[in-house]
Design a protein around this ligand. Sequence first.
Ligand code: 0PR
Length: 376
Amino acid sequence: MNQKGCPEKEVLALLENAMKKDTSYEKVLSAMCTQPHPIAVKAHMQFIASNMGDFGLFQGTKELEEKVIKMMGCMLGDDNACGYITTGGTESNIQALRTARNMDNKKHPNMIVPDSAHFSFDKIADLLGIEIRKAQLDAEFKVDEDSVAEQIDKNTIALVGIAGSTEFGQIDPIDRLAKLAISNDLFLHVDAAFGGFVIPFLDKKYDFDFSVKGVTSITADPHKMGMSTIPAGGLLFREEECLLPLEIDTPYLTIRKQHSLAGTRSGASVAGAYAVMKHLGMDGYKKIVKRCMEMTDRLVEGTRELGIEPLIEPVMNIVVLDVPDLDEVRKKLRAKGWVTSITRNPKAMRLLLMPHLGDEIIKLFISDLGDCIRSK
Ligand code: 0PR
């Protein structure tokens, strides 16, 4: 740090320069986050100093958090669900599994996750000392329930299902996992970090949330398709008692107990999530998801005309394409400004149709993709 401070104007110029190196979302087809809704940004700025780690000082923000959880509970099949706003899907998944582990008290606990699980579950295994067992996927990249059932033993503490897998946007058979969970008396966590703000608004209905008996907890992130500011994840439990294993005494704060993993945590994100959910309502999210799904259809239509097929019919706004000479084509696309992503197994091109994109940009992408493939 400099001894003497730098004038504001100069600092702002430095920031401006740094921002130029960041990629604007315009041609980003790889991100699960998007440009936050303007009302979320306004609310975020308004509550910038609010700290939910000591919410006795910030009662107003605390009430907003309760309202966000209520709105999310309604959206996810249980008005009475409880929980809190986390820093994101990773913290939500950690805390859900921490509850499962602490409720069960096994010496050598294991959890069974789909092979498609987000890498946050590998972090969980390491952090919480829970053995991770990966269940196979079927031909459509959903978890195979037989593979899950085979791996359950006396040390299993939890099953995990994914509603909107990171790579394929696929939805696991949560109802069948729930039956397995009930018959084996297991905790069932649903990772809907991405899908939580998509699936309720799709034309096709899926059983994936608290409406399915046996689902214990759900991750759903406002900072992904919820259009809220970063960092805002959501962790919801069906039963209030699930919060107890997370409880810690905080004798010198304005509150007696804390359930969050983070200590100091952003009240600004809570306000952002509240504002955008209140402003959009279910109808607003439905419109956003409809537009993303229309872009998805347009993209698949266009790539089919190029002779490129998706690996599965997209379930949500994620398209995985079987592109020949993938690495080279992606490199060429990158040179034209496009940021694409890949799936691991099989390796294919993964594209997310997020709200920051539009019809014109999709058209341009299809045309550039065609050029890159032809210019091999
Ligand atoms: N669960 C699922 C199903 C996810 O897809 C993700 C993140 C998480 C949990 C973890 O969420 P947090 O990152 O909020 O902790 N999926 C994306 C990923 O890691 C997140 C992402 C976001 C990637 C923006 C790229 C990007 O530009 O791949």
